[in-house]
Design a protein around this ligand. Structure first.
Ligand code: FCB
Length: 480
């Protein structure tokens, strides 16, 4: 297929690679991921409370096609079948998230044991198949009651999160070896409270700025609550840092663009990595957001946020490329959420795109993995915790789904991981996004990210060719 060839061309442009297999280090962890709201369905079962995504889905126009997570991939009922499928694909780990509203329907107070029991069963089903669970405690489905009390703009939510995290940890620490507190807090803060594309669908940059700090604090408080219960499991967080650059990688030619890239990089990357790994906010960004109320830091917060972690999850899809707007024009709306960026805008390079219109920039993953260790010498080992692409290829008459573009995308990014390791990055694993087609947030079911296809009418699962390819890569622990 033409576009798969385009993706492979990107790979070739990066220079020759060894002719033999590119082996990954012994013990390299291979897996696939999902998140609760995206795959579980069963939103009214076993005492689950309402989440902010249920609320946003009910808002007309918020989600493509009016889709909701009510049924999704029905994993709430099909986790055993899915665990068997993972074993067939030779996955060593499954990254999934726990729905806070199933554990505490209102986000605080009494624990709903039926919710915990569900995840006990999921974990047992995985362990029976020899698959190591990697649990994310928060993948965006905040209990609505907490949002009504201020959500992530309120410090109280961080305290409630630490209680919830400790509750789940107490129940599962003996069987789950890998934990992440938050998934992509940049999305929670920025898409949730600034652009409003994600739940709770708010457009108020002041609230987004406060949310940045409260999400960081929630992470640190949770680590501090969990560690004393059991110091054995590996505790971490999943971020989505990305290289922010011009489309051809040349230095920005104007002061406006240079400053804009600094600010976007600051909000996407540095306001998460710096407090987590260095115990401080970047001074330039703290000054930039002062006009939006600033970061509401209390005594001791920065030390809490910098509590040591055992691994850092890196989700990566593409670089963000920026350029100057023509003189006389301005992105006022963009500047409201990124103060100081009115003169610049997204400026994508030519080349193939995924179904979502996302650009394909595999070398960015290499650069990112190398730079985290270089810029933060104390950084823990890294795991690529999400990486993948939306492509909807048809099921052939023979039942096969020849998703060559997805395979090419995965191969190009795995090559980047391999290169990063050769360059000294401490990368311990790779978790493909996603195991299954699922509810892709504001895009609804229109975007298919699964290495396994889901027929939503029957819930039948069909591994795409990319899944079979990944299975062979895992078996060899090497790229062919
Ligand atoms: C990430 C999310 C994940 C999925 C992918 C495509 O930002 O963590 O849930 O939607 O993007």
């Amino acid at each position: 297929m033409r576009e798969a060839e385009d993706v492979r061309a990107i790979l070739r442009d990066r220079g020759p690679r060894p002719s033999g297999p590119r082996r990954f280090p012994p013990g390299f962890i291979w897996g696939a991921g999902t998140s609760a709201y995206q795959v579980e369905g069963a939103i009214d079962e076993d005492g689950r409370g309402v989440s902010i995504w249920d609320t946003l889905c009910a808002r007309p126009g918020a989600i493509a096609n009016g889709d909701t997570g009510a049924v999704a991939a029905d994993q709430y009922h099909r986790y055993r079948e899915d665990a068997a499928l993972m074993a067939e694909l030779r996955l060593a780990t499954y990254r999934f998230s726990i729905a806070w509203p199933r554990i505490q329907p209102d986000g605080r107070g009494p624990v709903n044991e039926r919710g915990l029991d569900h995840y006990r069963r999921v974990v047992d089903a995985l362990l029976e198949r020899g698959i190591a669970p990697n649990v994310t405690l928060y993948h965006w489905d905040l209990p609505q009651a907490l949002e009504d009390a201020g959500g992530w703009s309120s410090r109280e939510t961080a305290l409630r999160f630490a209680d919830y995290a400790a509750t789940v940890y107490r129940a599962l620490h003996d069987r789950v070896g890998w934990w992440a507190t938050l998934n992509e807090p940049w999305c929670s803060a920025f898409l949730g409270y600034a652009t409003g594309e994600h739940a709770p669908g708010v457009r108020d940059p002041r609230r987004a700025v406060a949310a940045i700090h409260h999400l960081n604090l929630a992470h640190g408080l949770a680590i501090r609550a969990m560690r004393p219960i059991d110091a054995g499991p590996r505790l971490g967080i999943v971020l989505n840092p990305a290289p922010i650059r011009t489309k051809d990688g040349t230095p920005p030619a104007t002061e406006t663009l240079r400053d804009g890239i600094r600010i976007v990089d600051g909000i996407r990357n540095r306001v998460w990595l710096d407090p987590l790994l260095e115990g401080r906010y970047p001074a330039d960004i703290a000054a930039d957001v002062a006009a939006l109320g600033g970061f509401p830091i209390a005594d001791g917060d920065l030390a809490t946020i910098a509590a040591p972690i055992d691994w850092l999850g890196v989700n990566y899809y593409h670089d963000d490329t920026l350029g100057d707007l023509p003189p006389g024009t301005s992105a006022a709306a963009g500047a409201a959420i990124h103060p100081g960026t009115a003169g610049i805008a997204w400026d994508p390079p030519d080349g193939p795109r995924t179904d979502q219109g996302w650009i394909i920039t595999p070398d960015g993953l290499r650069a990112l993995l190398v730079s985290i260790g270089r810029d933060h010498p104390g950084a823990p080992p890294l795991i690529v915790s999400e990486n993948g692409a939306a492509y909807d290829d048809p099921i052939g008459p023979d039942g096969r789904i020849r998703d060559e573009r997805r395979t090419a995308y995965l191969a190009a990014h795995l090559d980047s991981v391999h290169r990063a390791i050769e360059e000294g990055a401490d990368v311990r694993g790779y978790i493909a996004w996603s195991l299954l087609d699922n509810f892709e947030w504001a895009w609804g079911y229109a975007m298919r990210f699964g290495i396994v296809h889901v027929d939503y009418a029957t819930q039948r699962r069909t591994p795409r060719d990319s899944a079979l390819w990944l299975r062979d890569v895992i078996a060899a622990n090497a790229l062919p």
